[in-house]
Design a protein around this ligand. Structure first.
Ligand code: ADP
Ligand code: MG
Length: 393
């Protein structure tokens, strides 16, 4: 089905065709008729399936310029807020809607003046509440409320903030909730705050023909050299390496840079400006390797990521899905490579219960490398004694 088969404003259709959107994705085909009708809905679809348009197009369709703030989208992270707002701006370009982006960690003043002229707001819960308390954001005119990446928001402890925001919304409104997974808490929110929502679900895992899952089982102190050996072998065009902690992300970044692999770490410990700078670079392939914590990489839409490496095993099956969903997006192929050692076996077995995964055999010999906070050229790959790893997790 094409977008033009639906009753969509021709200015929006024009924007869509300028963006190269003609055929709808599965989730768009299922949600758009319901969403354009103004009904509440709860939609579950894997990452990269095009959920932003599923709520962005109804927003562009129903919101009117010059009538104040009428739609609000909550996202779990700043990066995601920027990404969603950028896409919503494109849909509504020809209808000239103005979108304000509000997130923490940056000066509030420019946001205040953006809010004065906006029809649509995209933001993270904390800063949205902040603006509400200052009186710089009033939600009395909201017609459409969207929770994007709802599962991540709950994981990140935003439930109370979300409740407070919802309680300031008009009763008569459309509420849409999007999520890659559907834990019980979400179903609860849906029941409590939505009116007879349509439940829509599409394929939740990326087809195995597109995404290949592999794991390598090595000794703990061989993980770093296994990683660098695999990077050399796989030659990823664009890769994200996931680590469980900021500290480990820094260790991996420094190790890779020490052996002249162009890599940058991105995590919550950096300023917003640093994170944006790194992300902008990564979009253009410099650096071509990002070392990230789960929070920093949540929901990000980066085209053509060829490889995901799990340097640390993710905590839950949902995290595994979110991480690996950064590759094989939109019909492209990708590889998800997990490097694990003995301590990880039990948790990893649970995580991959529903996934077809193969065991990789290394065609090189990994050497023990100590995990430390700096590497110089001379000590790289030097054999090290075994060491305690209490601080890493
Ligand atoms: P999700 O939120 O489900 O993870 P996104 O909304 O971020 O997915 O979409 C993933 C990518 O696919 C984006 O780059 C988006 O521009 C692109 N995309 C979405 N829908 C279409 C479409 N119908 N045709 C072409 N590209 C699309
Ligand atoms: Mg999304």
């Amino acid at each position: 089905m094409k977008f033009s088969d639906l009753n969509i404003d021709k200015r929006i259709l024009k924007s869509l065709s300028e963006m190269g959107f003609t055929e709808m994705t599965d989730i768009q085909e299922k949600t758009l008729p319901v969403a354009l009708d103004g009904r509440d809905l709860i939609a579950q679809a894997m990452t990269g399936s095009g959920k932003t348009a599923a709520f962005g197009i109804p927003i562009a369709q129903h919101i009117e310029r010059g009538k104040g703030i009428q739609a609000i989208v909550l996202t779990p992270t700043r990066e995601l807020a920027v990404q969603v707002a950028t896409e919503v701006k494109k849909f509504s370009k020809n209808s000239q809607l103005r979108t304000a982006i509000v997130y923490g960690g940056v000066s509030i003043e420019p946001q205040i003046s953006e809010l004065r002229h906006a029809e649509v707001v995209v933001g993270t819960p904390g800063r949205v509440l902040d603006h509400m308390q200052r009186g710089t954001l009033r939600l009395g005119g909201i017609k459409i409320f969207v929770l994007d990446e709802a599962d991540r928001m709950l994981d990140m402890g935003f439930i109370d903030d979300i409740r407070r925001i919802i309680s300031a919304l008009p009763e008569k409104r459309q509420t849409m909730l999007f999520s890659a997974t559907m834990p019980d808490e979400i179903v609860y929110i849906a029941k409590r705050y939505m009116k007879n929502p349509a439940r829509i679900k599409t394929q939740t895992h990326i087809s195995k023909h597109l995404l290949k899952h592999i794991y390598y089982d090595v000794r703990h102190d061989e993980k770093l050299s296994t990683l660098s050996g695999l990077i050399e072998k796989e030659k990823p065009s664009l890769a994200i390496i996931f680590c469980g902690t900021r500290r480990m992300a820094n260790v991996v970044e420094r190790y890779l840079r020490g052996i002249n692999v162009e890599a940058k770490a991105i995590h919550g410990g950096l300023t917003q400006q640093q994170r944006s700078h790194i992300m902008d670079g990564f979009h253009r392939g410099r650096p071509h390797i990002l070392v990230a914590t789960d929070v920093a990489a949540r929901g990000l839409d980066i085209k053509d990521v060829s490889h995901i490496f799990n340097f640390d095993v993710p905590k839950t099956a949902e995290d595994y899905t979110h991480r690996t969903g950064r590759t094989a997006r939109f019909g492209k192929t990708g590889k998800a490579i997990t490097i694990l050692s003995k301590d990880d076996h039990e948790s990893f077995r649970k995580i991959i219960r529903h996934i077809e995964i193969e065991r990789g055999i290394l065609d090189f010999k990994p050497v023990p490398v100590r995990m430390q906070s700096s590497y110089t050229h001379s000590n790289r790959n030097a054999p090290r004694r075994r060491f305690g790893n209490s601080w890493e997790r």
